[in-house]
Design a protein around this ligand. Structure first.
Ligand code: GRF
Length: 209
C-alpha cells in the first residue's frame, strides 16, 4: 500500500494534529497528501495549512446529490494519489461512491469502545449508560455506521464525577496515541479481513502454531 494519506475533517482537527506530529517524529512512516474538510470554518484546516499541507474544502451543498458529493471526494483523493483515507472527526456519513473507491482503505476513529455507543455523542451515551470503562476505537469504514472491522482500541476508566467534558478529554488523549499507531499497522500490511474481524497475519500464525 502506498503511504500517502488523505485526512477528512469537519472540526478542530486534534486527531489530524496527532497524525502530523507522529509523522514529524518519525513514528508514522507516511505523508499526508491532502486534508479535506466539508466545513470551511473547520479549525483543522488552519492546522493543516500551518503544517504546509495541501487542503481542500468540499461542501455538500455545492453538489446536486449525496452521491455526487461522495464521488467528488473520491475523485479529489484519487487525484492526490491517496491510498489510505483517515476520517478524523469527519461529521458525515460516507456514501457508496467513496466507500467503493476506498474499500478497506478507509479508517475512522470513534470515541467509544465499539460496538457500544456508535453515532453522535458517544461520551454522553457512555455516561448515561453508566459504564465503568470507556475508550476509543479505530475501525475500517463500512456501510454500517461505526460498524466496520476493528483495528485497535484503547480503554479509559469512567470516574464517579466525570462530565462529558472530562471523559472526552481523557478519551482524546488515548485517541491521539491510538490513531497514528493504527494507521501504521494498516499501512504495514500483513493483515486480512475474516468475516468482520481485522486479523494480523502474524497474530493468527502465532495462534495457529
Ligand atoms: C474525536 O473524538 C473523534 O473520535 C470523533 O470526533 C472527534 C474529532 O476530534 N470522530 P478532532 O476534530 O480530531 O479534534
Amino acid at each position: 500500500m502506498s503511504r500517502r494519506l488523505g485526512v477528512l475533517i469537519s472540526g478542530r482537527g486534534s486527531n489530524l494534529q496527532s497524525i502530523i506530529d507522529a509523522i514529524r517524529l518519525g513514528e508514522l512512516l507516511a505523508s499526508i497528501a491532502v486534508v479535506i474538510s466539508n466545513r470551511p470554518e473547520a479549525a483543522g484546516l488552519l492546522r493543516a495549512q500551518e503544517a504546509g499541507l495541501d487542503t481542500l474544502c468540499l461542501r455538500q451543498k455545492d453538489y446536486e446529490s449525496r452521491d455526487a458529493y461522495d464521488a467528488a471526494l473520491a475523485g479529489a483523493l484519487r487525484a492526490k494519489g491517496v491510498d489510505l483515507v483517515c476520517l478524523a472527526g469527519f461529521m458525515r456519513l460516507v456514501g457508496k461512491p467513496l466507500l467503493e473507491a476506498f474499500h478497506n482503505r478507509m479508517l475512522n476513529i470513534h470515541p467509544s469502545l465499539l460496538p457500544a455507543f456508535p453515532g453522535l455523542d458517544a461520551q454522553r451515551q457512555a455516561l448515561d449508560h453508566g459504564v465503568k470503562v470507556a475508550g476509543a476505537t479505530v475501525h475500517l469504514v463500512s456501510d454500517v455506521l461505526d460498524g466496520g472491522p476493528i483495528v485497535a482500541q484503547a480503554a479509559v476508566p469512567v470516574l464517579v464525577d466525570d462530565t462529558v467534558e472530562t471523559l472526552s478529554a481523557r478519551i482524546l488523549v488515548e485517541e491521539h496515541r491510538l490513531y497514528p499507531r493504527a494507521i501504521a499497522t494498516v499501512l504495514d500490511g500483513g493483515w486480512r479481513i475474516e468475516g468482520r474481524r481485522f486479523v494480523l497475519e502474524q497474530a493468527s500464525a502465532g495462534a495457529a502454531g
